[in-house]
Design a protein around this ligand. Structure first.
Ligand SMILES: Nc1ncnc2c1ncn2[C@@H]1O[C@H](COP(=O)(O)OP(=O)(O)OP(=O)(O)O)[C@@H](O)[C@H]1O
Length: 377
């Protein structure tokens, strides 16, 4: 969309650089507690990054530092080559949408969207046109005259997005803006965020603990745990090749086996299990094997299982019907009687295995990822 708003030369990224946001060794220490611990990442201009992690992992603290609301104890954050604290918060070219939308309830949708333009002293003659363009962008073209308290939750969300984007910020920051919405609306708005972000090409950083949202909307994902960045990668890459057991467990449904490394796999309490390590690990070293629920075959007998590098017998401990799939929790008869979670996607066999049924599980060597065991997952 070309809204004709002239950008100043300082809005542009440094020559030859496509990095819009750069964090270098950023730490936020609250009286001895490191909420963010030595975090470094880069985000390319025009990309959508999601910071994903469990509650308390430091996501919001990192976002607040990027917004310039918190100053890092050490390290530096730059936006388009300039330090974030180079300008006071109200002068920064950053649009924000948070879980609490902070719209003005008695103003109309159009008045809310016009607000940041007035604050930034845009030419008053250009404001109505620009407001209309951005209300169209969020599919609220016919709702400009409605007061915000007369709009649905999803429509209010759209007003907040239009208001965050109307002044064409260099950066859009989203802090769990969809967390309060019901599942259907949340999924609809995830696709909307993606569409709008692609249409405008605005560099965006989103914070969530919803792994599905991260996979759906992002070009890039950062997974955080205990203040540390665990991995940064594209969604498919991260899903396929997690760097450590924590990422394997947080993104998708994984089960874990702990044992010692051996050629082509690991040994768990005397049981050899096939697997693949991405880095060399000495035989006998402690390791953790992670296997995704959808990569495991389940059958009533070895004969029905087909070709698999690893075959382990067990007993169904739980069978949970999730609509498009069935989740089985199986306790192995060997390998420390570990519990393995299995997704079964074939509707013809939903409900086939009752709780207590003996089953055989199978997977191939490349499906079980083996990591040096640091203890966390
Ligand atoms: N001002 C503060 N003073 C002291 N500790 C803080 C402060 N702000 C955050 N923390 C702590 O830092 C840690 C990270 O908090 P943060 O809000 O960044 O986590 P989060 O990953 O965004 O969590 P959530 O998903 O629950 O919002 C938490 O343990 C929190 O209690």
């Amino acid at each position: 969309m070309n809204t004709g708003h002239p950008k100043t030369p300082t809005d542009k990224p440094a020559a030859g650089s496509n990095v819009a946001v750069c964090a270098s060794n950023v730490t936020m220490d609250f009286s001895g507690f490191k909420a963010v611990n030595n975090a470094s990442f880069e985000l390319e201009a025009g990309k959508f990054l999601t910071i994903l992690g469990p509650s308390g992992s430091g996501k919001t603290t990192l976002l607040q530092m990027i917004a310039g609301f918190l100053t890092p104890t050490s390290g530096e954050i730059t936006i388009n080559g300039k330090s974030v604290d180079a300008a006071p918060p109200h002068r920064r070219s950053i649009g924000m949408v948070f879980q609490k939308l902070a719209l003005f309830p008695h103003m109309t949708a159009a008045q809310n969207v016009a607000f940041p333009l007035k604050m930034r002293r845009f030419n008053p003659k250009t404001i109505p046109n620009r407001v209309a363009q951005f209300l169209d962008l969020v599919k609220l073209g016919d709702y400009g005259a409605r007061r915000v308290n007369e709009l649905s939750g999803g429509q209010q969300q759209r007003v907040a997005i239009a208001r965050a984007l109307v002044f064409e910020p260099e950066l859009l920051l989203l802090d769990e803006p969809l967390a309060a919405l019901d599942v259907k609306l949340r999924e609809e708005m995830q696709l909307e965020f993606r569409r709008i972000q692609h249409e405008l090409g605005v560099t965006t950083i989103n914070v969530t603990h919803d792994q599905r949202e991260a996979l759906v909307v992002s070009d890039d994902i950062i997974v955080m745990d205990s203040g540390k960045i665990q991995q940064q990668a594209r969604p498919v890459e991260m899903y396929r090749a997690p760097d450590n057991p924590f990422v394997a467990g947080f993104l998708g449904m994984s089960s874990f086996l702990r044992g010692t490394a051996c050629a082509g796999g690991l040994v768990v309490e005397g049981q050899r299990v096939a697997g693949t390590a991405s880095a060399a690990i000495a035989d006998g070293a402690p390791v953790c094997g992670a296997i995704r629920a959808e990569q495991i075959r389940i059958a009533a007998s070895e004969a029905q299982l087909g070709d698999c590098d690893t075959r382990l017998s067990g007993v169904v401990r739980d069978a949970i019907f999730e609509g498009e799939r069935q989740l089985y929790v199986v306790a192995l008869n060997t390998a420390g009687e570990a519990e393995i979670r299995v997704y079964h996607h074939d509707p013809l066999t939903f409900g086939l295995f009752e709780i207590g049924a003996p089953v055989v599980l199978g997977w191939n060597t490349s499906d079980m990822k083996i990591f040096a065991d640091g203890g966390a997952e």
